[in-house]
Design a protein around this ligand. Structure first.
Ligand SMILES: C[S@@+](CC[C@H](N)C(=O)[O-])C[C@H]1O[C@@H](n2cnc3c(N)ncnc32)[C@H](O)[C@@H]1O
Length: 239
């Protein structure tokens, strides 16, 4: 699906978010707070629009995604950024190799989001930061009703006019509605091993930016991670 929407992905985003994506992205970059020379993983980076501000600030950003179509569009536009093909649930990076990991509007699309949170924990250095931007739930009921109307009716109708793949935007609306709210996502992040989890609502909760830190002294060797996975699989089988 993302291969298919890649050529017009950024333009359609700007239209459907009514220009809000620029502000949201600035807030994410501020939360990551990367310094020149640091290594940042931008996971599910798509065309690299979420990665560009880091590269512009002299940060070594690695833009990872599993859609080759999205990566190709990004690489054409920003040949200076490292675009790496990889699956969020089985990252092709060494343990403790990034100062910070971030994912913008990607976690909701990953097949096993808690597995991706564990993988981001594994590749982030102890004490390193996690920042997640994702669509969430407006907190004021009237705002939530208006937004849901926009999401379920107006958005697919606009997408029919501006996108080559309107079905992708029906999926977008449905996936946003099915996604956990702010507190539930915070719970997933904690359960995946991160600490000091906090979030901030943007546009009344249309988007939430979650932040967390990898505990100092966490042992996340690949072997330990796979043992944990093995144990989980056998406990699931036992239930
Ligand atoms: C909505 S786009 C977000 C792109 C970019 N971060 C942005 O802010 O514009 C979601 C991306 O998640 C990627 N994605 C979904 N599941 C993935 C997975 N398991 N591993 C890597 N990327 C994945 C898709 O290929 C797509 O490019």
């Amino acid at each position: 699906m993302f291969d298919d929407v890649a050529p017009k992905y950024d333009v359609v985003n700007d239209v459907l978010s009514l220009g809000q994506t620029h502000r949201w992205r600035r807030i994410v970059v501020d939360a990551v707070d990367a310094k020149a020379g640091e290594r940042v993983l931008d996971l599910a980076a798509g065309t690299g629009t979420s990665s560009e501000p880091y590269a512009d600030a002299g940060v070594h950003v690695v833009a990872c995604d599993f859609s080759l179509g999205m990566l190709r569009v990004g690489k054409r536009r920003r040949p200076d950024i490292d675009f790496i093909a990889g699956d969020a649930t089985d990252l092709p990076f060494a343990d403790n190799s990034f100062d910070a990991s971030t994912i913008s509007f990607g976690l909701r699309n990953v097949d096993r989001p808690t597995r991706a949170l564990e993988e981001m924990l594994r590749v982030t250095k102890p004490g390193g930061r996690l920042v997640i931007a994702e669509f969430s739930q407006p907190i004021v009921p009237l705002w939530r009703t208006l937004y849901t109307e926009y999401l379920m009716r107006a958005l697919p109708a606009i997408a029919t006019k501006v996108s080559s793949n309107p079905a992708a935007y029906v999926y977008l609306a449905e996936s946003i509605r099915a996604w956990p709210n702010q507190d539930e996502l915070a719970g997933w992040i904690t359960q995946s091993g991160w600490e000091s989890v906090a979030y901030r609502n943007l546009n009344g909760g249309i988007v939430a930016v979650h932040r967390a830190t990898k505990p100092e002294g966490t042992i996340t060797t690949t072997a330990a991670a796979s043992q944990t996975r093995g144990r989980r699989r056998s406990s699931r089988a036992a239930n």
